[in-house]
Design a protein around this ligand. Structure first.
Ligand code: FE2
Length: 208
């Protein structure tokens, strides 16, 4: 047996098993969020839970938003998809629902990816915005704060640089999808159905 106790994984199971937390995570109202995170209109955060080194934040992202690739040096986390249209990156590559590596973390119908402190990750948000839950364990004795303040990489805005308390952050004026997944050549395409709702995300070669 090589099984080892993984405190964050156990915390994630506790969270996903908690009807109270999951119901609240899915139903946080607009007015309950703190808006203008990092000075970005529509970029919203909500603190769902905090106990010692463990914390849960819900992030609501505005439409057509790019989060450049970055790391959180003092945070081990699971990012849990909660709704909307988003294309996450992990280790420089896109992570889509069809990909084996995200299915591996599928638990009780929630798609989760493990993002360790050294793991670069980012994302492109589709035309309707998107919501995810960040289930965090803060390490190295660091007191939990907003995960966006423990940040190494290009920021989501100029204001974000001033919000970073640990890490090496810089603002880049012009960012594209390539900043969100630096090993990728393909741009995520959010396909809309006849009602204008996002029905699929794909990476067609024609977008190169
Ligand atoms: Fe992050």
């Amino acid at each position: 047996m090589s099984a080892t106790f993984d405190p964050l994984k156990e915390f994630l199971k506790f969270v996903l098993d908690s009807e109270e937390l999951m119901e609240k995570a899915a139903s946080v109202k607009d007015e309950e969020f703190q808006d203008y995170l990092n000075g970005v209109p529509g970029f919203k955060k909500f603190y769902l839970y905090n106990d010692g080194e463990f914390q849960i934040q819900i992030f609501q992202c505005p439409p057509n938003f790019i989060v450049p690739e970055h790391t959180h040096p003092n945070v081990d986390s699971y990012e849990v998809y909660m709704g909307g249209s988003m294309c996450f990156s992990h280790g420089g590559n896109w992570v889509l629902g069809e990909y084996e590596k995200i299915k591996y973390f599928k638990h009780r119908d929630y798609y989760c990816i493990r993002v360790r402190p050294e793991d670069p990750h980012g994302g492109v948000i589709g035309p309707k915005g998107g919501r995810f839950m960040s289930v965090q364990r803060w390490i190295n004795g660091t007191k939990p704060s907003c995960v966006g303040s423990d940040y190494t990489g290009f920021t989501v805005s100029a204001e974000h640089v001033g919000d970073v308390t640990f890490g090496k952050a810089a603002f880049k004026e012009q960012i594209s999808y390539k900043d969100a997944a630096t090993l990728e050549e393909l741009k995520p395409v959010f396909k809309l159905d006849e009602n204008g709702e996002v029905c699929d995300v794909s990476l067609p070669k024609s977008w190169i």
